[in-house]
Design a protein around this ligand. Structure first.
Ligand SMILES: [Zn+2]
Length: 126
C-alpha cells in the first residue's frame, strides 16, 4: 500500500471521524448515491456511513476530494411518484417555460434575469 493510500486508510474513523477508505478499497456494502440509484435504491434517511478520500490534481478542484458512502443494508427501494405528483411537476415546468408577455410556451426555461422569452426581452437579438 502506497503512502497516499495509507494516509486515507482509516476504517475505524479514528483519524477522520468517519470510516475512511482510499480509492477502490471500500467494502462492497458501502455505495455512493449514484451506485444506489443504479440499483434502484435510496439511502432512506441514513446519514453518511463512510467516505472515500483521494488526492486530485484536476484543474479547478485540486487537493483532497471526498465521496460519501451509504450502507446498502439500510437502503430502501426508490419511491415511484404518484400520477398527481407527476402532473404537478409537469405543471410547474410548463409554468417555467411560459412567457408572461406573449403567453406562449416557448419550449425552453425562461432565463430568470430576463423574466421573458428571448423574443420579448428588449436588447436581445434572436
Ligand atoms: Zn415572450
Amino acid at each position: 500500500m502506497s503512502r497516499i493510500r495509507a494516509r486515507f486508510w482509516d476504517p475505524t474513523g479514528a483519524r477522520y471521524s468517519i470510516p475512511t477508505y482510499p480509492w477502490q478499497m471500500a467494502p462492497a456494502h458501502l455505495l455512493t448515491l449514484r451506485q444506489l440509484a443504479a440499483r434502484g435504491l435510496r439511502p432512506a434517511g441514513q446519514g453518511v456511513q463512510a467516505q472515500i478520500l483521494w488526492r486530485s490534481r484536476r484543474y479547478g478542484a485540486p487537493g483532497v476530494r471526498a465521496s460519501y458512502l451509504y450502507d446498502v443494508r439500510f437502503a430502501l427501494p426508490k419511491r415511484t411518484p404518484t400520477p398527481a405528483q407527476l402532473a404537478a411537476l409537469a405543471k410547474a415546468t410548463a409554468a417555467r417555460r411560459t412567457c408572461p408577455d406573449c403567453r406562449t410556451d416557448v419550449g425552453y426555461v425562461l432565463p430568470r434575469h430576463l423574466g421573458t422569452c428571448l423574443d420579448c426581452a428588449p436588447g436581445v437579438a434572436a
